[in-house]
Design a binder for this molecule. Structure first.
Ligand code: GDP
Length: 591
């Protein structure tokens, strides 16, 4: 359990989050920047983003999303189950590192061949399936990707009951394994570890168990812990039965229930258009019973269920809790992750859609940063950054050891080091030319930089770094590589103003007037509020007025009025100064 739990509604501003965490706003802003998001103190971020940021900061804090209230809740009535609730099938997600066998395991569980034989083939790709074991049903979600999982999580942790973490016995714990564990933990789902590929000669299940136990506090039951770990082979089928038994056992312990005497509701798990059928939408029913002919509202779309079928494309008359279904009949495509609910009448369906639309517009206006955005940016950040070098050393022996050690410098795989050229002897004009063409830096070990070459390097802006101690050279390389990871924050000063009057001070806004004393002021920039040398805080300029008229820019020597957004109530006085600046992210580069 996390030490601290913060419950937020739809989103939280960076400023509020900093306050709650007792951290300087700049720390959070900096962390967001590092992840490619230029945020201001008043920027709203969603729970997902906040969670990622606190985790990156190494804080033991859980951010929970309160079930949405207000308009959005017309589309979803989140309820505690009633006494009449019935036992429902568990919803199971299969996750793990790429190539560890998620798909194969899912196939083995579903025994796809039989399914195909029975239903004349699965005609379309869908992302949820059902299987039976001992006359009991369970629902399996296809390995949801990052974005998908983030969206599902936003709708409450209850969606996934069990996460099967697939770890290949011949490969061990890998980055996506860790991610899967993190997701499962934050979704409050029960975990079962499937140690796969146990049939292989190179399989080492013990190693996987040790890794999980020592690094992730997941101790296998046989060692007195409480993590279920099953050795399986998707290839031979070994252990699959036991795995499914365990899923059912965990489900029994959880006592998973759902109401059926309520209007059906659940989640959109897929949506696409198909020629001849129109909108084809995958839904996962959470409560109630869905039937053809019912009116459905999901997000900003609605429609009458024209056809209802199960994952084998078999028509259904009714679909109860935990059932993945495909429906046609939506007028427009709802979005993945939207909640759906059955509406009593077309009129009400239309009203709900209108309300949801208004809510979306309002949210869009707040320019939320979503977890999906953040994850996308993080993965982009991880794309092939290269640190290119040329290495020169005094003798072959030291050249070899410098090169070998450089190859071992790791930054977690996000930045790779590439040696473009190397050689024995002093740094030459040729080295500088190559470095300039290839945009590399030149490392010298125990060598000289002749004056003519130094001049050439200066002219071509090539960096030459000479060391006599190998670990200093390596430290420098490591540092340069990590600099490549984080984009640089560049602040550009654009002007200043002296406050001549404060017209209004609210909790998170203020209106002031003053004279521009240098440069200019425009809307949508940041400003530091200063009293003498002391900085009182940062504000955002939301609009600028000259003679009561909205103005685009106001220059030095002119008077103007400013609407400011503040992080918290900030009392400004006549005589305080505002220093305007913009903040931009600039990718760092070597050279
Ligand atoms: P995914 O990326 O996690 O979905 O992995 P796949 O299911 O595509 O499997 C990756 C590779 O591992 C494929 O070549 C599979 O045939 C192989 N594989 C999966 N499970 C097993 C297993 O239990 N034993 C062996 N020997 N190979 C397996």
């Amino acid at each position: 359990m996390a030490e601290k739990v913060i419950v937020i509604a739809n989103s939280i501003t960076v400023g509020e989050l900093a306050d709650t965490l007792n951290l300087p706003v700049t720390t959070l802003v900096g962390e967001l920047f590092k992840n490619g998001i230029a945020a201001t103190i008043n920027q709203r971020i969603d729970a997902e983003t906040a969670q990622i940021i606190v985790e990156e900061l190494g804080l033991d804090v859980a951010i929970e999303q309160k079930q949405t209230t207000g308009v959005a809740s017309t589309a979803r009535v989140s309820h505690q189950v009633t006494e009449n609730a019935v036992v429902r099938p568990p919803i199971v997600a299969v996750m793990g590192h790429v190539d560890h066998g998620k798909t194969s395991l899912l196939d083995a569980i579903l025994d796809t061949k039989t399914a195909e034989g029975e239903a004349g083939g699965i005609t379309q790709h869908i992302s949820a399936y059902q299987t039976e074991k001992n006359q009991r049903t369970m629902t399996l979600l296809d390995t949801p990707g990052h974005e998908a999982f983030a969206a599902l999580r936003q709708h409450g942790a209850s969606l996934t009951d069990v996460v099967i973490i697939v770890v290949a016995a011949d490969d061990g714990v890998k980055p996506q394994t860790i991610e899967a564990i993190r997701f499962a933990r934050s979704a409050n789902a029960k975990m079962i570890v499937a140690i796969n590929k146990i049939d292989k000669d190179t399989a080492n299940a013990q190693l996987v168990k040790t890794q999980l136990a020592t690094e992730y506090d997941m101790n296998p039951e046989e060692w007195g812990g409480d993590t279920i770990m099953i050795e399986v082979s998707a290839k031979t089928g070994q252990g699959i039965d036991k795995l499914l038994d365990m899923v059912l056992l965990v489900a029994d312990l959880e006592d998973l229930r759902a109401d059926i005497d309520v209007p059906a509701e659940g989640l959109v798990i897929e949506a696409h258009m198909e020629q001849g059928r129109g909108s084809v939408v995958g839904l996962l029913v959470e409560h109630g019973e869905l039937r053809p002919g019912q009116l459905l509202v999901a997000g900003t779309s609605y429609g009458k269920v024209r056809t209802l079928s199960n994952f084998l494309a078999k028509p259904l008359k009714v679909a109860g809790p935990s059932t993945p279904v495909t429906v046609t009949g939506f007028k427009e495509l709802p979005k993945f992750g939207d909640t759906f609910i059955v509406a009593p009448s077309e009129k009400q369906a239309r009203q709900m859609v209108e309300a949801a639309r208004a809510e979306r517009e309002r949210e869009a206006a707040q320019s939320n940063v979503t977890g999906a955005d953040l994850l996308k940016m993080m993965s982009q950040k991880h794309e092939s950054q290269e640190f290119k070098v040329i290495v020169k050393a005094d003798v072959q022996g030291s050249l070899t050891s410098v090169i070998d050690s450089l190859k071992l410098v790791e930054t977690g795989g996000e930045v790779t080091l590439r040696i473009i050229g190397s050689g024995v002897g002093n740094i030459s004009e040729n080295d500088i030319r190559l470095a300039s063409d290839e945009k590399t830096i030149v490392y010298g070990f125990n060598v000289d930089l002749p004056p003519a070459v130094k001049r050439l390097a200066a002219r071509d802006k090539v960096q030459v770094r000479i060391f006599n101690v190998i670990y200093q050279l390596l430290d420098d390389a490591r540092q340069s590589m990590s600099n490549l990871l984080a984009p640089e924050v560049v602040e550009t000063e654009i002007g200043s103003l002296t406050i001549k009057g404060v017209f209004r001070t609210l909790k998170d806004a203020a209106i002031v007037g003053g004279e521009v004393t240098s440069g200019k002021v425009v809307a949508d920039v940041m400003a530091r509020v200063k009293r003498g040398d002391e900085q009182l805080g940062e504000v955002e300029v939301t609009s600028v007025q000259r003679q009561q008229q909205e103005a685009k820019e106001v220059f030095e020597g002119e008077l103007c009025g400013l609407n400011l957004r503040t992080e918290k109530k900030l009392v400004m006085n006549e005589g305080d100064t505002l220093e305007f600046f913009t903040r931009k992210l600039v990718e760092r580069s070597i050279g």
